[in-house]
Design a protein around this ligand. Structure first.
Ligand code: ZN
Length: 238
């Protein structure tokens, strides 16, 4: 009787062990094929995600000219006063212009053009031959600013509407980098109307906001150069 009573007990114990184990072994193999499948897909992309932080260690000025830098003192902002435009279309227009002495312009008078999606991609920043060769500009209608001012033109008519979000982000990035690189103060970032009687760059262009732009990290992951306020508080308490 004693042995008979023990056997079912052992069988029950055996059954409970068996019933508790299979779910673990079933769940295990069921999930295992999924993990290699998930890992094998992101793996080829991994080098692409490693590349940007490496690029962040490179110089922050992607527009650094290859020739000796001109002695820049100002940045002058313009609009095309047209709904469409590109470096090429402006170059064609400006090539037909003549200076006061009757000499033809060398071509596009600006150093940079920022597109609005009509003629050039929205927010695209393109340098011109005047920037690459560090030449004077032909944009300000004022010799001082043509000689020492970096001419930046955004495609659009900002007397009618503001620049696109992408254009605003692009011009802030460009102005921020140029200010830092060439030691130009916010006061010397001016609208065309500040140096000549004109509406350019238009009443909807946020001139003071752009002039105050700081040198934002171009590639997004460069640490700030100065300690943040929290760090200063900690140092003061120590
Ligand atoms: Zn202008």
């Amino acid at each position: 009787m004693c042995c008979v009573a023990m056997l079912p007990a052992l069988e029950i114990a055996g059954c409970t062990q068996q019933t508790s184990l299979p779910p673990v072994t079933i769940n295990g193999p069921a999930q295992q094929p999924q993990y290699p499948a998930q890992v094998s897909k992101p793996a080829p992309n991994t080098p692409l995600f490693i590349t940007p932080p490496t690029m962040a260690l490179e110089p922050q000025n992607p527009w650094k000219p290859e020739v000796e830098t001109r002695d820049w003192e100002y940045i002058v902002i313009h609009h095309t006063a047209s709904s469409t435009g590109s470096v090429e279309s402006i170059h064609e227009l400006h090539s037909k212009k003549k200076d006061k002495s009757g000499n033809a312009w060398l071509g596009i008078g600006y150093h940079f053009v920022i597109g609005n999606g009509n003629g050039m991609p929205d927010g695209a920043i393109e340098s011109t031959f005047r920037w690459r060769e560090q030449m004077h500009g032909a944009h300000a209608g004022n010799n001082e600013y043509n000689q020492k001012g970096i001419g930046v033109c955004l495609v659009g008519n900002f007397e009618n509407e503001p620049p696109t979000e992408a254009q605003l982000a692009a011009v802030k990035k460009l102005v921020g980098v140029l200010k830092t690189e060439y030691h130009i103060s916010s006061e010397n970032v001016q609208g065309h109307r500040d140096v000549k009687a004109t509406a350019c760059p238009g009443k909807y262009f946020p001139m003071s906001e752009v002039a105050a732009a700081i040198d934002l990290p171009v590639y997004g992951s460069i640490p700030p150069k100065t300690p943040n306020p929290h760090t200063k508080v900690q140092l003061a308490q120590e």
